[in-house]
Design a protein around this ligand. Structure first.
Ligand code: AMP
Ligand code: MG
Length: 396
């Protein structure tokens, strides 16, 4: 059994970035990493742009201007203004070359064709200069950047519609357990509606990774070996759920050995998720995750995610970690390290009820995991605790 830090270290040491790239439309790039730095093909903005609804002025010494017309967003006109002349203008519209400031309409009065300004105007105000966000030829996004909604939108605003990304790792899932049934099957005594398939599939989807294959296997050695063999054929990473503990009907470890998978570690001094296995077969990596749903997901977030991030070409070490005050006293005599489902509100963090590894109820409401190092603790409200933010938790 090894400590959490050593296990994480071994995951990162055995991680590598996939080399193959693919050129995809932006719509298919959410969560993927850029294979190359992106060079801006245009200036952004590409023209002098008004940032207000108001009047574009050719400045002069008086506060009165003659209104010469109007320019709406999307129009291309470029009227020539003499000092003391102006045009009505709207947000996003082209500011004429001869105008040198825009004044908000709320700061003006007009009567017939004459505009009166109530406050001093600065040269250049309310005009977004050409290239003020990005200049043509610049490299605004670097190789390895993970593309989120904002990154994709930024690229599209540069007129880019496809990019070269590092291909996503191919991940296969195996669910073990004689007790598992699907929600469409009739419930009978002793069975459970299994949940780890949608759990892992959705957690992968959140990382922009579509699962290649989902297989179910009975708790016997032959079937487990057979299912694993098939999963390895299609995968860079195989994730197995359940069957990795020490029960008489846990066959995953034996099956992995039979298939010459090299063990990197087995069992981590943590709760939940002690019987976690990590190994490799050539370049292919395999995690056998303990079947209790909260253990499965905890191990996924803490160990699988950093591996997948590196394979996708990101330099990320996984979930963002912040040091934050705890909202209440907390004590534990558990000698293993703890990952506790928690609710984080940007200033403090609270540990939720229902922490048992068989329970998903707290995970369903959590947006963070509090990490308590080994040896048990007695901490008081306000003490700083290390907190891992779950995907999509915003920290400002
Ligand atoms: P195991 O790791 O196979 O010993 O399973 C530990 C616990 O997790 C048992 O109570 C299993 O019934 C449960 N479990 C295993 N696989 C799943 C699954 N796919 N969905 C929900 N619970 C599961
Ligand atoms: Mg089992």
């Amino acid at each position: 059994m090894i400590p959490v830090e050593e296990a994480l270290d071994l995951v990162l040491k055995n991680s590598y970035s996939l080399k193959e790239t693919e050129t995809l439309p932006l719509e298919e790039c959410l969560g993927k990493c850029l294979a190359n730095s992106i060079q801006a093909p245009i200036d952004l903005p590409t023209f002098k742009q008004s940032s207000m609804d108001g009047y574009a002025l050719c400045l002069h010494d008086s506060n009165r201007y003659l209104i010469k017309g109007e320019i709406k967003a999307g129009e291309s006109s470029n009227p020539f203004l003499e000092p003391g002349e102006c045009v009505r203008i709207f947000t996003g519209a082209v500011v004429p070359d001869s105008a040198n400031a825009v004044i908000m309409q709320e700061q003006t009065n007009h009567k017939n064709k004459v505009l009166t300004i109530e406050i001093p105007v600065k040269n250049g105000q309310n005009i977004r200069p050409i290239g003020s966000q990005v200049q043509k030829g610049d490299f605004p996004l670097e190789k390895g950047q993970v593309l989120q909604a904002s990154g994709l939108a930024f690229l599209q605003s540069l007129g880019i519609h496809e990019v070269e990304v590092i291909r996503s790792p191919r991940v296969t899932l195996i669910l073990t357990g004689n007790e598992l049934i699907k929600p469409t099957e009739t419930f009978t005594r002793g069975k459970i509606y299994e949940s780890n398939s949608i759990l892992l599939r959705s957690a992968l989807q959140q990382q922009g990774i579509e699962t290649q294959l989902i297989s179910f296997t009975e708790d016997n050695l032959k079937a487990t070996i057979h299912t694993l063999e098939k999963a390895f054929l299609k995968a860079d990473v195989v994730l197995v759920s359940g069957g990795i503990s020490v029960g008489d009907y846990d066959f995953v470890k034996q099956a992995l050995e039979a298939l010459d998978v090299k063990q990197i570690f087995y069992k981590v001094r943590q709760r939940p998720g002690k019987p976690l296995f990590f190994g490799k077969k050539g370049a292919k990596l395999v995690f056998a995750l303990p079947g209790n749903p909260a253990s499965t997901l905890s191990c996924f977030y803490v160990y699988v995610l950093p591996l997948l991030a590196r394979m996708k070409g990101s330099r990320s070490d996984g979930l963002m970690r912040v040091s934050i005050p705890i909202e209440h006293d907390f004590s534990s005599k558990e000698p293993r390290a703890l990952f506790l489902k928690a609710s984080f509100n940007n200033k403090t963090v609270s540990i939720l009820d229902h922490q048992h590894s068989s329970m998903l109820i707290s995970f369903a409401k959590a947006n963070a995991l509090v990490y308590i190092p080994e040896q048990g603790i007695d901490i008081k409200k306000g003490a700083i605790v290390e907190t891992l933010l779950l995907p999509n938790t915003i920290f400002t």
